[in-house]
Design a protein around this ligand. Structure first.
Ligand SMILES: [Ca+2]
Length: 214
């Protein structure tokens, strides 16, 4: 086999092996962090009863995971929300006074920002249902992260049905808090070390195979 075709095969192998790897790993989410729990059966129907709230991120996006008693069912009349207090000022009333951002799955899904006395649509979010959980995913930059976020970020999760009517609030009073550092805990070190190791191994195996065939 010519050196040129050997090189081509090695390149192709690397591309096929590392393409999916680099995509999946570099954009992988860190293991979700439990932000807080809320009593079970304190809201009906069970699909709006929040029991656990998790947070994760992949370096560019953050994701809240609301675990409910049964499968969440966002709709035009049922929403799953996360309020974030990221800076001074914010909501002057409602579910969480002081909240600056709102992620809403169901109703008109999206990221909302408090301004001029009300919630204003800012950008789209991703809404997914996995088992008994609903995933709400938004861009970190859309909440002004990291520069415009205070040291401790306040969090309240809530469900509404119909949209104006609060069903469950987690926690029941006050708010959960997460330190500024938890959100940016970047997953980079793993892929940066892992990918070159895989690349080196693939190249080594290919080289040995070619030598054998020569
Ligand atoms: Ca609950």
């Amino acid at each position: 086999m010519s050196r040129k075709s050997q090189k081509a095969i090695v390149s192709l192998t690397l591309f096929l092996l590392l393409g999916p790897f680099s995509f999946n790993i570099v954009y992988a989410y860190i293991t979700p962090i439990l932000i807080g729990t809320d009593p079970k059966k304190d809201a009906t129907p069970a699909s709006v009863d929040i029991v656990k709230v998790y947070l994760t991120n992949n370096g560019t996006h953050f994701r809240f995971i609301l675990e409910c008693s049964t499968t969440p069912e966002p709709s035009g009349i049922r929403s799953y929300c996360v309020f974030l207090d990221t800076k001074a000022g914010g909501a002057t009333g409602g579910t969480y006074r002081g909240a600056d951002f709102l992620l809403m799955g169901g109703g008109l899904s999206g990221l909302y920002e408090w301004g001029a006395g009300g919630w204003r649509y800012k950008s789209s979010i991703e809404v997914n249902i996995v088992g008994n959980s609903i995933y709400l995913t938004a861009r970190l930059s859309d909440i002004g992260y990291p520069d415009n976020c205070q040291e401790m970020i306040g969090i309240v999760a809530a469900t509404f049905q119909p949209l104006g009517s609060l069903k469950d609030r987690a926690p029941n009073k006050g708010n959960y808090s997460v330190s500024h550092e938890v959100i940016p805990e970047l997953p980079w070190p793993t892929p940066l070390i892992f990918v070159p190791v895989v690349a080196a191994t693939v190249y080594y195996i290919s080289k040995r195979r070619f030598k054998k065939n020569e």
